[in-house]
Write a protein that binds this ligand. Structure first.
Ligand code: SF4
Ligand code: SF4
Length: 443
């Protein structure tokens, strides 16, 4: 790549942009970047490769050059743009307020428009990503055989046999955690314990619930314990994040419409729409931009940690005598600016010592479908995260997003299958209930 940073362009028209590339963005967003480079050290891909084109500044430059018609959207340019995790750590670091998520989102939308979403994926991976994962019921059915095999102690045999699978399928298998039994179907209404303090709707999600049903249950129970009536709308669907981040705006919009209809029935009666997935929250909060009538829904969306801290959490009493650490999921820390509430909840647990984690806001490499689309970089970042976690001396790691839970567990499993990898609400519920946390990662 022989592109170099140049002085800022002041004229706005995009007359030279081929195929209308970059026209879906407000050009002023490019101009916010003053090329200072203060974001570079926060960018996980730049830290790994040391290549300016893999940095926020480099990618903004590249996409703007394409939009201006000064550069082609070549395979080389696409490789640098596609390597972006969309973690938005650069937004946190940027003193000029660059809305990087909008800029890379504009590239994703154009890539989708050109029919070129995730070119590295094969057909089976595409089917699983867009037609299986976002559908809760299909995911549950798909995981049922594995659940059964793990329950009968055959999880290890499945792992050994997976060595004979093609690499793309092996990667998908490697990420599957020990699966707790699924709870089946929750009642639509769960009453508050004691005096009612709030009424909430619970967003359950798709992959999060299929992989970690115990966390869905813990979320509902923690809410009940904190005096909340919990309404779980039956007709709710995936938040649309997988499609949204792939630039597939129309399918994402259809998910948003379905959720607005499902929750709209009693929207005025609930104080919040609570979710427990750091990757879903930012998209749910974006519904106001996706849909003309999505703002009322979006305004009520809260991560479980921010909701509980605002409500005033009831202190748990059963001790969890262990050292633990906390990883900031990008969707919580960078996209929603939620950093302290999960730590505040964990600090309430008697006996739990929370140790600081180096680079806790550095992406773990999960990033939605990134472990499939960019497996090498995803692995580098997963191993880097696992090293930092092990360096703390903790025996448990908490993080508030399904993708991070899967990724971190996958890379800790190799050396520390006894490590407890869980959502903060799992720890909170263990301390409310006195139920012992699990001790093994592999079923
Ligand atoms: S994105 Fe922000 S921090 Fe990075 S170079 Fe541009 S202005 Fe500087
Ligand atoms: S979103 Fe993350 S990976 Fe992409 S440029 Fe920003 S910091 Fe780097």
């Amino acid at each position: 790549m022989n592109t170099t940073l140049e002085s800022q362009r002041t004229s706005l028209p995009l007359t030279n942009a081929p195929a209308g590339l970059g026209r879906n963005i407000d050009y002023e967003l490019f101009m916010d970047c003053v090329h200072c480079g203060l974001c570079l050290g926060s960018c996980p891909t730049y830290v790994e490769t040391g290549n300016e084109n893999d940095s926020p500044r480099g990618r903004i430059y590249l996409w703007r050059a394409v939009a201006d018609g000064r550069a082609e959207l070549s395979d080389d340019v696409r490789r640098h743009l596609d390597l972006c995790l969309e973690c938005r750590a650069c937004e946190t670091a940027c003193p000029s307020g660059v809305q990087y998520g909008q800029i890379i989102g504009s590239y994703k939308k154009d890539a989708a428009r050109l029919g070129s979403v995730f070119p590295t994926l094969n057909t089976l991976q595409r089917l699983m990503l867009f037609h299986l994962t976002p559908y809760a019921q299909r995911m549950r059915w798909a995981l049922t055989p594995l659940r059964l095999l793990q329950r009968f102690g055959l999880g290890g045999a499945v792992q050994r046999l997976s060595r004979f699978l093609p690499q793309s399928l092996r990667r998908m298998n490697d990420i599957i955690p020990p699966l707790s039994p699924h709870y089946g179907r929750l009642p639509e209404l769960l009453p508050a314990e004691g005096k009612r303090r709030a009424r909430v709707a619970l967003f359950v999600g798709c992959a999060a619930d299929a992989f970690f049903p115990q966390t869905t249950l813990a979320t509902a129970r923690v809410l009940q314990r904190n005096g909340c009536d919990v309404w779980i709308p039956r007709a709710q669907v995936c938040c649309g994040a997988l499609h949204y981040h792939a630039g597939l705006v129309e399918p994402a919009r259809r998910f948003a419409e379905a959720n607005c209809a499902a929750f709209g029935e009693k929207l005025a009666e609930v104080d919040a729409i609570v979710n427990n997935a750091g990757g879903c929250g930012p998209v749910l909060k974006e519904y106001g931009h996706l849909l003309a009538n999505g703002s009322a829904f979006a305004a009520k969306v809260r991560d479980i940690s921010e909701f509980l801290v605002d409500l005033g959490p009831i202190a748990p009493t059963h001790p969890l005598n262990m050292k633990a650490t906390y990883h900031d999921a990008c969707g919580l820390s960078h996209a929603q600016k939620i950093r302290q509430p999960p730590r505040q909840l964990l600090a309430l647990i008697p006996g739990l010592e929370l140790l600081p984690l180096a680079e806790s806001e550095h992406c773990c490499g999960a990033a939605g479908s990134y472990n499939l689309t960019q497996p090498e970089m995803s692995e580098q970042l997963g191993r880097r995260k696992a090293r930092h976690i092990l360096d703390t001396g903790a025996r448990a790691i908490f993080t508030g997003n399904v993708g991070c839970l899967l990724q971190i567990a996958r890379y800790l499993r190799e050396s520390r299958p006894d490590f407890w990898v869980a959502h903060p609400v799992d720890a909170l519920w263990a301390s409310y209930s006195g139920e012992a946390p699990p001790h093994s990662q592999r079923g």
